[in-house]
Write a protein of this length. Structure first.
Ligand code: IMP
Length: 177
């Protein structure tokens, strides 16, 4: 029998809005930097979070995009991370914040940290909306975490299941009935 997909609301738009504003205040409170803070949006999952987060900042910022792909499709990571779009800014000597949707096994973030550190930034901080510690395979330093969640597969607010659901204004748990 064909399986039916069902999305149950988990974090409402209001929950997200409140927490993202708090995270914005934490970034805003960082010590001033000589050059604008570089915020890296990790495509595609972080697009909605990134857009809302940066609206809460008044300090000078440079916004850049980095594309990575780690899923072959479905709900399990393939483990192999691939760069699909590189930065259009030299981050040597710059203060950088990686903005990520979710840290699950940690493999993607570990790859990103190694890749970005090799470019000689002055500092690198990580801002992730969600963290699923139950599935961690590799420990990565997370500077700010929006919500720590159980081992559930979530969609919406940028997160997808086979490229769908990214446009939902809330985060939902995906059920396969
Ligand atoms: P990691 O490498 O296992 O930490 O996975 C990171 C990436 O996997 C994230 O950037 C997401 O794109 C994706 N991912 C992990 N868990 C979920 C989930 O529950 N829903 C949707 N995507 C997820």
């Amino acid at each position: 029998m064909a399986k039916t997909e069902r999305v149950e609301v988990f974090l409402s738009a209001a929950d997200l809005n409140a927490r993202v504003a708090e995270m914005g205040r934490a970034i805003e409170a960082l010590p001033p930097t000589e050059q604008p803070l570089v915020l890296i949006c990790v495509l595609k999952g972080s697009i909605l979070f990134f857009a809302d987060l940066v609206r809460n900042l008044q300090r000078p910022v440079h916004l850049v995009f980095l594309g990575v792909s780690s899923y072959a499709g479905g709900t399990e990571t393939s483990g192999a991370v691939r760069l699909t779009h590189d930065l259009t800014l030299d981050i040597a000597g710059r203060d950088v914040v990686i903005v990520e949707d979710i840290v699950d096994t940690g493999l993607t973030m570990s790859y990103l940290l190694h890749n970005l550190e090799s470019r000689g930034p002055r500092s690198v901080a990580v801002c992730t909306l969600l963290h699923k510690p139950a599935r961690q395979k590799i420990a990565v330093p997370l500077t700010w975490v929006g919500f720590t969640i159980e081992d559930v597969f979530v969609v919406g607010y940028g997160l997808d299941y086979e490229e769908r659901y990214r446009n939902l204004p809330y985060i939902g748990v995906m059920h396969f009935d």
